[in-house]
Design a protein around this ligand. Structure first.
Ligand code: B1M
Length: 213
């Protein structure tokens, strides 16, 4: 097996130290950090999710795999090139109320920062009011919501509505992403400005939203 196959295996098995060593080795062998994340680390967690659904894996193991994956991403972070030195806008980012998943959100944050955006990260389990307060406090240009659970749909809807109905509604753009969401739901039902299927698309759409203002 090649280094990247071994890395995927190590993340799936929750072997954090081994996964970190393999990440280091993959970099030394010339692998691109974006490719390691998108081509190997994310698919490792997808495979974990499938095993969880089939009851071949349980929450504690899923958690250990997630921590292993995040440790590898942290190792790669300094290698993700900063593309812009000037601030391009401020994004308030968080995972919606009731949802503790944050790996996707953390990836969005990392790519936004490496693309020259300021990010105020509110963490996970963020109620609508907290998004609203933070958008005011940071004079945000964009609010980004992440939602992984289907039970989070109503929280996404409430949060988008709270922002759009506030005094900031006409100015602040809202973008949502995460495995539980679709473009149709986010834009047509909730009234957000955009949906992104992955972190890279999120950064591109945020840049587009701010350009068209
Ligand atoms: Co949970 N979990 N989990 N989990 N978990 C899922 C989401 C699930 C699909 C697994 C499954 O059944 N196949 C399922 C949800 C089912 C559903 O709602 N339909 C599920 C469940 C059920 C649960 C619990 C309820 C389990 C339980 O307790 N019985 C529980 C819920 C806890 C809670 O939140 N209240 C739970 C807990 C956990 C852990 C804590 C163990 C752990 C999370 C650790 C952490 O995040 N710190 C965990 C994990 C790891 C997963 C899976 C396996 C992997 C998620 C992940 O990090 N993927 C997941 C299965 C899966 O998704 N295949 C699963 C990698 C990450 C990079 O992808 O976050 O989708 P993702 O982000 C993507 C895009 O979605 C997008 O960009 C990223 C890629 O570039 N994106 C954005 C995300 N946010 C964005 C925002 C944007 C733009 C793009 O703009 C703002």
């Amino acid at each position: 097996m090649g280094t990247l196959d071994l890395l995927k295996q190590a993340v799936m098995e929750g072997k954090r130290k081994e996964a970190m060593q393999l990440t280091q080795r993959a970099v030394e062998e010339g692998a691109d950090p974006h490719e390691i994340i998108n081509g190997w680390l994310i698919p490792a967690l997808n495979a974990v999710g499938e095993k969880f659904e089939k009851r071949e894996m349980f929450v504690p193991e899923m958690m250990i795999s997630a921590k292993s994956m995040q440790a590898c991403v942290d190792l790669l972070k300094p290698l993700i090139k900063r593309e812009q030195a000037v601030a391009r806008g401020t994004v308030v980012l968080g995972t919606v109320f009731g949802d503790l998943h944050d790996i996707g959100k953390n990836l969005v944050k990392m790519l936004l920062e490496s693309s020259g955006f300021q990010v105020a990260d509110l963490g996970q389990n963020v109620p609508p009011d907290r998004f609203l307060e933070a958008a005011r406090e940071h004079n945000a240009d964009v609010v980004g919501l992440s939602s992984l659970l289907t039970t989070g749909d109503s929280h996404v809807q409430q949060t988008v509505r709270a922002i759009k109905e506030s005094e900031m509604g006409g100015r602040v753009k809202v973008i949502c992403g995460g495995a539980a969401l679709t473009s149709k739901f986010v834009v047509e039902v909730c009234g957000a400005d955009a949906y992104a299927k992955d972190a890279a698309e999120g950064v591109k759409k945020i840049a587009d939203l701010l350009q068209n203002r």
